[in-house]
Design a protein. Structure first.
Length: 425
């Protein structure tokens, strides 16, 4: 994304992410942004909905405010930025080839799910392989010049110096021989330079060239490592089955409720994986359907103990928890009095949310989250269970309504997914 004034010359590149123009209440791009006296900005309808629900007229972030209504005015500069960002995202999405049937452009910023990538960078492996190919060409060229031996004495010397300077500028000279070009005659210099080039060529081939694709090579490396390990460990003690969960006796496997599913989400055939769709889905309208990327499970609980696990490895911004069936469909999980959740915000922060109050838990991201709902003792606990069971946060829960497992995914990242995992028994 680039920005420039009306009379400016070159445009200035701006590295802008969705979170920079997002609303903390709905987690979507700002729509009719309103900036409060404290400086924080939110969607106007999100603020109105929050205050109508009974909260005092205060900022959801810093709580500055009072008991009197605040006058909300549109922040035209923020709205202009959101509009420009949305247009850039749509243009980038339209230019990107997508397999499958033709699709029509999304009608607005809240319906499209394009991810704007402003910086593209080659991997070190790709650069290394290109450098290896360049060295191969140089070796062939220098070898050809050496075999012809028909150039004036000064030409090979000057051209090879230029080639060496271009090639080795910024390259670790430890790849080459310590004696780089020490002879006096042009023929000897060419011979030494060719020798050093071949040493560099060999080093690059060792590190950046393979048979097959990088993915295939990775599989080969893993297979070789496993083979080596198995030969060293005769009793195969490394093949230990996964430890059973301490909460296995209360394990359930909730399925997603298609009636509450947002039109921005898709569900797998077994109803255990939910994914942010690349295009809005044509689900029939229902007052039970969430406006943002959320879904409840089809099974609710009013008593007893339940435990389930959610694999979050393929989702960069998510929340999991519980909510009542009556949770407002324009609200966000953890921002109401009848919902609780654990949230990873995609910017390196894990927190627990309830009634728009966040308890920051740190910067460690759990790859698998265990949720234990104990309505007999009135507790809701979140665990990190990828390597054991580590308690992350616990809420006291004493309610008279049925609670349902609830899930939320950041709507601007197509392909992000959450999976209800089978609990180890």
């Amino acid at each position: 994304m680039t920005m420039a004034g009306p009379d400016a010359g070159p445009a200035i590149p701006v590295w802008l992410a969705e979170d920079d123009l997002g609303c903390i209440i709905c987690h979507e791009l700002l729509a009719w942004p309103a900036t409060l006296p404290c400086g924080h900005s939110f969607c106007r309808n999100c603020l109105v909905g929050l205050w109508d629900a009974g909260r005092r007229w205060s900022c959801p972030t810093c709580r500055e405010g009072g008991t009197r209504p605040l006058q909300l005015r549109k922040n035209t500069m923020l709205q202009d930025l959101v509009d420009k960002y949305s247009r850039a995202a749509r243009e980038l999405e339209d230019r990107s080839p997508v397999p499958g049937p033709a699709r029509s452009p999304a009608p607005g910023p809240r319906c499209h799910t394009a991810q704007l990538r402003v910086v593209a960078q080659k991997s070190i492996t790709e650069v290394g392989r290109e450098l290896a190919e360049l060295v191969d060409q140089l070796v062939d060229t220098v070898g050809s010049l050496q075999s012809q031996r028909c150039l004036p004495e000064s030409e090979p010397d000057n051209e090879l110096r230029t080639l060496a300077s271009a090639l080795l500028d910024g390259v670790d000279l430890s790849l080459a021989s310590p004696k780089l070009v020490t002879s006096n005659t042009p023929e000897a210099k060419m011979r030494d330079f060719l020798h050093d080039l071949k040493e560099i060529q060999g080093k690059l081939r060792e590190n950046f060239t393979w048979k097959g694709t990088p993915e295939e090579q990775m599989q080969v490396d893993v297979s070789e490592a496993l083979s080596s390990s198995s030969s060293l460990v005769s009793d195969q003690s490394h093949l230990v089955p996964k430890r059973a969960s301490s909460f296995a006796q209360w394990a359930i496997s909730p399925a997603f409720d298609l009636g509450s599913l947002s039109c921005s989400l898709e569900v797998s055939e077994d109803h255990r994986t939910v994914t942010v769709s690349h295009y809005p889905q044509p689900y029939p309208w229902s007052p039970e359907r969430f406006a943002s990327c959320q879904v409840l499970s089809s099974q609710g609980f009013s008593s007893g103990q339940q435990y389930w696990e959610v694999d979050t490895q393929h989702c960069s911004h998510w929340a999991v928890g519980v909510a009542s069936r009556g949770m407002r469909r324009d609200q966000i999980l953890g921002r109401t009095s009848d919902s609780w959740c654990l949230e990873w915000n995609g910017a390196g922060q894990l927190s627990a949310w309830h009634m728009v109050k966040a308890a920051v838990l740190g910067s460690d991201r759990p790859s698998v989250v265990g949720i234990r709902l104990d309505l007999e003792e009135g507790k809701l606990a979140f665990y990190s269970v990828a390597d054991g069971e580590k308690l992350l946060y616990e809420y006291p829960v004493s309610v008279s309504f049925v609670l349902y497992p609830a899930f939320w995914l950041y709507g601007l990242y197509p392909g992000n997914s959450l999976t209800v995992r089978q609990v180890n028994l």
